[in-house]
Structure formats: C-alpha cells, structure tokens
Design a protein. Structure first.
Length: 103
C-alpha cells in the first residue's frame, strides 16, 4: 500500500494556531484553546488522522453532526419562534480539516 503524507505536523499546527479561542465548542466540548495546548504527540496523532481521512476518502460521521443552538435576536419577543437565530456548532477538528483541505 502506497501512503503519501498530504499534511505535515507544521501545517496542522499553523491551522490550529489560527483558530479563534472565543468560539463556542460543539457537542464534543473540544475548544481551540485545548487544541493549541496539545503536545507534539497529540499534533502527530491528529495529523495522522487527517492524512488517513485524505488517503481513504472516509470522513468520520460524527464530524458531520452539528449541535443546533438558538439565540434570541436583540429586541425581539421571546415568545415568537421567529425571534430566534439558529446557530450550527460543528466539531472543531472537522473545521481544522476543512481549512487544511481547502488550502
């Protein structure tokens, strides 16, 4: 089996460091701050996972599931359903992979 490395640990580290730490976590509760504090072994594991996804073409199903949170629009009545703005929270690891894949 021929396996070529698409992403390097350095590329993954740069993509993670560009994340905003103020973003809300998804259902897995992994934040950008947690990823930024990962040791080299953790970054290597994530890089291996990303390269495996790229090589096999299989994207984890759990990374496709989002958590929907509704936020009340300012100045709107709380009783009206149209007063809420839905926000979809995807796991941050899938967002990092998407950024790496696009570049």
């Amino acid at each position: 089996m021929y396996y070529s490395q698409k992403f390097t640990v350095t590329e993954v580290r740069v993509a993670i460091n560009k994340l905003r730490t103020t973003k809300a976590p998804a259902y897995d509760l992994i934040t950008g701050e947690i990823l930024k504090k990962l040791p080299e072994v953790g970054l290597s594991a994530i890089t291996y996972i990303y390269n495996s996804i790229f090589h096999t073409g299989y994207f984890p199903g759990q990374w496709k599931v989002s958590q929907i949170v509704t936020i009340l629009k300012p100045g709107e009545p709380a009783e009206d359903v149209k007063s809420y703005r839905p926000i979809s929270l995807l796991p941050i690891l899938s967002k990092v992979f998407e950024k790496l894949f696009i570049t």
